[in-house]
Every structure is written in C-alpha cells, then in structure tokens.
Design a protein around this ligand. Structure first.
Ligand SMILES: Nc1ncnc2c1ncn2[C@@H]1O[C@H](COP(=O)(O)OP(=O)(O)OP(=O)(O)O)[C@@H](O)[C@H]1O
Ligand SMILES: [Mg+2]
Length: 147
C-alpha cells in the first residue's frame, strides 16, 4: 500500500493546481522516513514552497509556511515531527550550509527540506531524497522523486 504510493512518486505524476501540489506534499509526509532530508529542486515559482506547506501540515505543523528566502532557515514545531525548512537560494557556497547548524537545531523526530539543492551540491546529507518539480503548460506541474 505504502509501496504503491511510493512507486507513483518514483514514476512521477502531474498536479493541476497549487492545492493539488499541497495535498501531494501532505501525502509525502507519510512516506518520508524519520530523520530524512528532502532535496527539493525546481525553477523559480515551480511550487517548492507550496509542496512544503502540505508537507508541514502532514507533519502536524500549525500556522503559516512562507518562503524563508531571506532567513535561509525556518524551524517549525510539528505534533508529529519537527520541520527544518531551508531555502538555499542565497547561500554563497555549499559549505555555508554547515553554518546553519541543522544537526544542532534538529530535535528528533524531524525532517529537513532544502529548496535549491544545487546550492548545496556536495554537502547533501547521506540518504537524502530528491524531488523535482517541473512546470508544464499553465498550472501543470510534474513531480518526480529520484530513485
Ligand atoms: N500545480 C501547481 N502546483 C504548485 N503551484 C502552482 C501550481 N499551479 C500554479 N501554482 C502557483 O505557482 C506558484 C508557486 O509558488 P511557490 O512559492 O510554491 O514556488 P517556489 O518553487 O517555492 O518558488 P521560489 O523558487 O521562488 O522559492 C504559486 O503562485 C502557486 O499558486
Ligand atoms: Mg520557495
């Protein structure tokens, strides 16, 4: 059952609204292993933060998820798990990820999501999941989890 859902993510699927991407993120919260980091790729406005909003809801986070572009990092308490939300867009270099002290801030059970993972190339935590969102026609977005 869980395997069926996971294989759909691995095959990839298309959403047709922001609400649908948010629901997908909520489902992903039930699939992502405890402690795992999600590397969330996709161009400007692809829908990364929209997906994180659903993921946060799935982890039991109450309140708003905004893009932490200017803060680099937001830490959210969730009733199921804590969520560390990183937007690496403005990181000058991958090594700067260490300065965010993610390991020190994490209070297990937790998950970390990193938007703009290309900015942390070479510093990805081992075992991280990689999800890409690609814009299609209109509101279509293709979501695919790398193997
Ligand atoms: N199918 C869809 N899935 C997600 N977002 C969609 C979809 N269709 C339209 N949108 C719109 O696209 C925008 C996505 O914005 P969002 O902030 O989530 O993107 P982002 O990838 O985080 O951008 P940034 O790179 O600036 O952080 C929103 O305005 C949302 O309403
Ligand atoms: Mg964003």
């Amino acid at each position: 059952m869980e395997d069926d859902r996971l294989s759909r993510w691995r095959r990839g699927f298309t959403t047709r609204s922001a609400a649908e991407t948010e629901r997908a993120g909520e489902e992903l919260a039930g699939l992502l292993p405890e402690g795992a980091t999600l590397l969330l790729g996709g161009d400007l406005g692809a829908g990364k933060t929209t997906l994180v909003r659903g993921l946060a809801r799935g982890l039991g986070v109450e309140g708003d998820i905004t893009s932490p572009t200017f803060a680099l990092l937001a830490v959210h308490r969730g009733s199921r798990r804590q969520l560390l939300h990183v937007d690496a867009y403005r990181l000058a270099k991958p090594a700067d990820l260490d300065g965010l002290l993610l390991d020190e801030l994490a209070r297990p059970p937790s998950n970390t999501v990193i938007e703009w993972p290309e900015r942390v190339a070479g510093r990805e935590p081992p075992g991280a999941w990689r999800l890409t969102i690609a814009a299609g026609t209109g509101d279509e977005r293709r979501l695919q989890l790398a193997p």
